[in-house]
Design a protein around this ligand. Structure first.
Ligand code: KG4
Ligand code: ZN
Length: 339
């Protein structure tokens, strides 16, 4: 079956087409540069851009996949969580298309799509190698640890009590004066910084809980820079602050993920979401998994940030497994949770 999927939960407009586990197209139009001058995503602007970009993106996805609308067997879209009006653009377009074609329409949980995105390799979903795992989902909006017992059988075991890891990267970036989003920029500067230069807190690290907390770390960086503003006048000091903050965030993420995997006796770790692009996180997860003899599946960089391919692949797996509710009478769920 050919599935067309739409993702518009935040600041990426994306349409993908998948057939039998193969991604025929995955077009992503990012709004990052539009929002950067405001230091964060402006919901009204995001909605306007989705409305403006949706049809060109959908046309490109169909053309790249070399299919016509009549070839589509099912439509899927992100139902939540996300910005309410941004979600509406993609979800209502999906419902209208499904209605016009007389085909089923599926509402997909954005986080659940991230959760299974590490099983996409190149342009193919490879679930033949699936094994029970502990999965870390780290993005700008959420930090989640899930125990995935089998395909489509998962349970959230921990999440952030306050800020998400990506939010912490971005807010610290703002304190340092980096452009939005701070995460990728901080990652770049940290490469030449000394991660041991400054000792920032590792919140909840010693605690046996699977939950996270990053607000305190951000606040401690704020107080630290208020006390020593001169550090920001020197490029090497800035790199050292970046490397030290990054080391604190990554140590918490890696330690808690490994601890949960050992406790739950799974031998596989997966990671996904925007922050999984972070070089230090990828490296430290690789080292930790090698040391413990665990299999590691990191989402490929192009599937870390928001994209419709992961929505389409999950929709396909759901359709293969059991009949799915048709979303023509469903509404978006901006506060949708992964359970
Ligand atoms: O998954 P995503 O694209 O959108 C959400 O669903 O939130 O994640 C975006 C987040 C932002 O906070 C961004 O700063 C962070 O991912 N991010 C990074 C890196 N690349 C993106 N954080 C640290 N290092 C990176 N290389
Ligand atoms: Zn996301």
């Amino acid at each position: 079956m050919t599935i067309l999927a739409i993702e518009t939960s935040c600041d990426e407009t994306s349409v993908a087409i998948v057939r039998d586990g193969r991604i025929l197209s995955n077009v992503v139009s990012s709004q990052v540069s539009l929002h950067s001058e405001y230091g964060g995503v402006v919901p009204e602007l995001a909605t306007r851009e989705h409305l403006r970009n949706f049809l060109p993106v959908a046309h490109s996805a169909l053309a790249e996949a070399k299919i016509e609308p009549r070839d589509i067997g099912a439509v899927a879209a992100t139902q939540g969580p996300g910005l309410p009006n941004a979600l509406l653009v993609g979800f209502k377009a999906a419902q209208a298309l499904a209605y016009a074609l007389g085909k089923p329409c599926l509402g997909i949980n954005h986080h659940e799509a991230h959760l299974y995105s590490p099983w996409i390799r190149g342009d193919t979903a490879d679930f033949s190698a699936f094994e029970p795992n502990v999965s870390l989902i780290v993005s700008g909006g959420h930090t989640i640890l899930a125990h995935v017992r089998a395909e489509l059988d998962h349970e959230v075991i921990g999440s952030t009590l306050d800020d998400a890891a990506g939010e912490c990267f971005d807010k610290v970036g703002k304190l340092i004066g980096l452009p939005y989003p701070g995460g990728p920029e901080l990652d770049r500067l940290a490469v030449e910084g000394n991660p041991f230069a400054y000792d920032f807190p590792r919140p909840l690290l010693r605690d046996q809980t699977d939950d996270f907390s990053f607000a305190g770390l951000k606040t401690s960086v704020r107080y630290f820079l208020q006390k020593r503003p001169e550090l920001l006048n020197d490029r090497q000091n800035i790199r050292d602050v970046c490397a030290s903050v990054q080391a604190a965030i990554v140590e918490v993420l890696v330690t808690k993920t490994m601890r949960a995997a050992e406790r739950l006796r799974v031998r596989c770790i997966t990671a996904s979401g925007g922050v999984t692009s972070n070089r230090r996180l990828r490296q430290d997860l690789e080292n930790a998994c090698r040391k413990s003899g665990f299999t590691l599946r990191l989402a490929e960089r192009k599937f870390c940030t928001d994209n419709a391919a992961m929505i389409a692949i999950l929709a396909e797996r759901k359709l293969l497994k059991r009949p799915q509710p048709v979303a023509l009478d469903m509404e978006v769920e901006p506060g949708m949770r992964l359970v």
